[in-house]
Each structure stands twice: as structure tokens, then as C-alpha cells.
Design a protein around this ligand. Sequence first.
Ligand SMILES: NC(=O)c1ccc[n+]([C@@H]2O[C@H](COP(=O)([O-])OP(=O)(O)OC[C@H]3O[C@@H](n4cnc5c(N)ncnc54)[C@H](O)[C@@H]3O)[C@@H](O)[C@H]2O)c1
Ligand SMILES: [Zn+2]
Ligand SMILES: [Zn+2]
Length: 348
Amino acid sequence: MRAVVLRGEREVAVEDVPDPGVPGPDGLLLRVERSAICGSDLHLYHGGMLGVPGVRLGHEFIGTVEDVGGEVTSVGRGDRVLVSGVIGCGRCPPCRSGDPVTCLAGMPTAFGTTLDLAGGQAEAVAVPAADASVLRIPEAITDEQAVLLTDILPTGFLGAQRADIRPGATVVVIGLGPVGVFALQCAQLYGPARILAVDLVPDRLARAEALGAEPIDAGAGGTVAAVLEATGGRGADAVIEAVGADQSISDAIFCAAPGATVSVIGVSLNLALPVPMPLLLLKRLTLRATYASIPSTWPALLPLVASGRLHPEDVFTHRLGLSEAAEAYRVFDAREDGVLKVLLDPSR
Ligand SMILES: NC(=O)c1ccc[n+]([C@@H]2O[C@H](COP(=O)([O-])OP(=O)(O)OC[C@H]3O[C@@H](n4cnc5c(N)ncnc54)[C@H](O)[C@@H]3O)[C@@H](O)[C@H]2O)c1
Ligand SMILES: [Zn+2]
Ligand SMILES: [Zn+2]
């Protein structure tokens, strides 16, 4: 079968690889129907400590169950399912309650990030721990919506939920990639008076403005000065960081008003991140960082999407065949052509 393989820095290729099988009695084999590229894939694409050549990429995918192990009870052959992009052992109490991130058996693993768990930008994928990590897609949810429930809509939702947004609050969202866009839309569920939306890319700022936010160009004179000016020097009651860079995490803390919560969902791998501790102390801030426990969000998000209250599929700007993956990664990385989110079709 064909799969997207990381070859080196800024280099991916569609390669012929051996067909996967059912990965043990608790797993299943999925025929992939749609798969998306994520900002997290770019951390691997850019090399560094995460980018191991040979990794088969992709943690956002849906498809039809082709075969199941004997212990799987929640789904069967022919079911259309979505899969949590991050899985744990599937057996411990946290895993069974939808929280694979705190799996007691060890580190949670994202599909397509290590040589041990092949990803879903492929024609088929082996899914371990199926009962804890897959969900039969309800009739009311489209394929494109289902793909977004595998990682980034849950991430944006948790970013907003953990920002302690109260009705009437002023919120800042830093980073307006698809994760930031979803954080913005989920922040609106909590009734803030204002959302200030920060990015460097003009079409991403325009998109946030169309969603009802006040755009702030991070390049213009600095995020912090612009947020303080817009809030009479006070800062924001809640700040959601959806970039993961040193600068943007620091900016998020500097943008916070006394007593505010800073909710980081951007992925940082910096073990020596400089944190402006005096601000945390003197402004009595709450700082939270969240690696999303995806299945835990489905009970809230499925009705919000099915009812049309959230319409996540709007983030897809590019729909390409799996065979075009190299070009898809290049355009997504370069933020060319108004790209926000890319969907891959493994049948093409
Ligand atoms: N916590 C989780 O569980 C989880 C899950 C999925 C993705 N993520 C992370 O969320 C982040 C965003 O993902 P995405 O898919 O939206 O990525 P993306 O690369 O499409 O978007 C990032 C955005 O940040 C903007 N940006 C860069 N530097 C900035 C700065 N200094 N100030 C303001 N904006 C800046 C970019 O212009 C871009 O629009 C990534 O770090 C990704 O790894 C986290
Ligand atoms: Zn993702
Ligand atoms: Zn576990």
C-alpha cells in the first residue's frame, strides 16, 4: 500500500510499504478514507529531535474498519470510525475514561510520530487499543467534520475550556492556524465580550475578523504592546496560546491581566523555556498547558458539531490526493495560496 513517509528535513514521499495487519486482539485494521496534515506534523517535517527519517506520518484520519481483533467490542467490520490521534494502553483507568494522555502504562503516543506507531496518511493503518480510541461516526457528522474530531477541534476546545473564560471577559488567542481558529470558536461558547486574535499572516487575521474577533498583527509593533493598548493597559482575562514558540508563549504571559489564566496548547519541546516568573507571581496568574485527551471531548463536541453550533469543516482550504502529499506539505509549510488545513484522499 502507499503511505506518506518522512525522508529528512522538509522532505516527505509517498512510498510503497508493506500492508499492515490487525495489531493484536485489542486492535483493528482501518481502511483510511480521509487524512489531514497538522501543524504538529510540521514539527517533524522541520527535523530536530522529533523528525526521525522513516516515520510514516499522520495522526488525523478516519475510515472503515476492515478487520478487528477478538477482544474488540465497540466496533466491527464495515463500521465507519474516527480515531483519536493520541492513544495510550487502552486498559488503565485513565485510558478507559477517555484520557490517554495520563495513561498509567507510560507515555501516550501519537500516530505517525515514531517508528513504532505508523500514521494514517496512508491507504490503511493498524489501530491498537481500539475500544479506548475509536468512535463510530454518527450519521449527523460528515467525513470532513470527523477528521477534525481526531485532534485539532478537541485541542482547541480544551484550550478554551482550560482558559477559565467567563461571560463578558476579554480573551486573546495567539496563533490563528486551524488549532487557534478552533480555540477562538470554542472560546465564543463561553460568552466573552471581546476576542483579540493575533497572527502574522494577513489572510489568517482576516479569517479571525470574519469570525467576530479583533485582529492584531504580531509583526506590526509587537503583540504585547497591541494587546495592552487595546485593553487600556490591563491585559486580557484569558489568553490561549496556539503556536508553541518561545516568543508567543512569553507574549501570552505578558498579555495577561492580574488574576488571568494563560492556556497553552501550542506544542513546545523546549526544556529550558524562559518563563517570566515575576509576572506569574505579581499578577497571580494561572498557567496551564494541555496535551489534548481527545476521546474525553467527544461527548461535548459531537452534539455541538451535529447541531451546527460548530462548523469545523470550514478550515479545509485544500483537498488533494495522497499521491500529492509532498506538494501538500510544501504549500502547508510555506503558508502559500491561502492554505489553512489540507485534507488528503488516499484513493487518489
Ligand atoms: N496540545 C495539543 O494536544 C496539540 C494538538 C494539535 C496541535 N497542537 C499544536 O498547536 C500548534 C498550532 O497548530 P496548527 O495546526 O494551527 O499550526 P499552524 O502552523 O498552521 O499555525 C500556527 C500559527 O501561528 C502563527 N505564528 C507563528 N509565530 C507567531 C507569533 N510569534 N505570534 C503570533 N502568531 C504566530 C503562524 O503564522 C500560524 O498561523 C502547533 O504547535 C501544534 O503542534 C497541539
Ligand atoms: Zn494534529
Ligand atoms: Zn493507559
